[in-house]
Design a protein around this ligand. Structure first.
Ligand code: ADP
Ligand code: MG
Length: 242
């Protein structure tokens, strides 16, 4: 089977720091992958490159057989790649509802009324409906995470990139997100999930990729990765316990 997402020889340096060191990663359509690793291991950088926010120092990224490195996040969203951020990037001066309509109206050929109806439904699911007309700057950290999740729901994505999506989210809504991630996956959507919450990684993911100092040190089933000495050492070295 050919890969939906193929990252090859991907390298990213910031000054003298090698954040990603010649990464190769192939992801098939419909996989639900956990991306783990100690702080600073390059997880966010990898999603930033795949999502079009950084351009890599070297290497390439292909999606459905087409090179996508160098494309803008908006162009990638139109191709069906949605992402959420570790540090949320909602449009603070727009209302909560308007935040969902930005990608909805610009990326779709549907009417504003239809997009608005869809957005209202998503806000209801995320328990944000009563805040629809408030500025997004009034949201808590967890609510902003939910709003970013809602933006991906608006897209009908093919590939979802989630960077610490559960931080500060109310447990009930975290469970909604879980179910939605599972639904996406059941419908053939590919998901790459970064989370410090190992419980969610091991509950949700079929495959776990571990980064350490910009290199992939393990790639396998949750059970394989959990027992992998290199993974344990990477975390213990960082004063974390896997
Ligand atoms: P993770 O998400 O795994 O915690 P990151 O991808 O955020 O790691 O960071 C990997 C490394 O790259 C870290 O050493 C970090 O300080 C560095 N880094 C990330 N983004 C930038 C940037 N925009 N400028 C300089 N250094 C960066
Ligand atoms: Mg990060």
């Amino acid at each position: 089977m050919t890969a939906q997402l193929a990252v090859s020889n991907l390298t990213m340096t910031f000054g003298g720091l090698v954040a990603l060191n010649a990464i190769d990663l192939e992801v098939r359509t419909g996989e639900l992958i956990g991306l783990i690793g100690p702080n600073g291991s390059g997880k966010t950088t990898l999603l930033n490159i795949v999502g079009g926010y950084y351009s890599a120092t070297a290497g390439k990224v292909a999606f459905e057989g087409r090179r996508i490195d160098g494309k803008t996040p908006t162009a990638l969203a139109r191709m069906g790649i949605g992402r959420s951020f570790q540090v949320t990037k909602v449009f603070k001066r727009l209302t909560v509802l308007e935040n969902l309509l930005v990608p909805g109206v610009t990326d779709w050929s549907v009417s504003t009324a239809k997009a608005s109806e869809r957005a209202q439904g998503i806000l209801a699911d995320l328990n944000l409906k009563r805040l629809a007309d408030e500025r997004a700057s009034t949201l808590s950290g967890g609510q902003a995470k939910l709003l970013e999740f809602g933006r991906i729901m608006m897209l009908s994505p093919k590939l979802v990139l989630l960077d610490e999506p559960f931080g500060g989210v109310h447990p009930e809504l975290k469970s909604f997100m879980y179910d939605h991630i599972k639904d996406w996956n059941a419908g053939g959507v590919t998901v790459i999930l970064i989370s410090h919450d190992m419980g969610s990684i091991f509950d949700l993911c079929h495959r776990v990729v571990t980064l350490s100092y910009g290199s992939i040190i393990a790639d396998g089933s949750p059970n394989e990765v959990r027992k992998d000495p290199a993974v344990l050492e990477a975390y213990l070295g960082d004063h974390h316990v896997a």
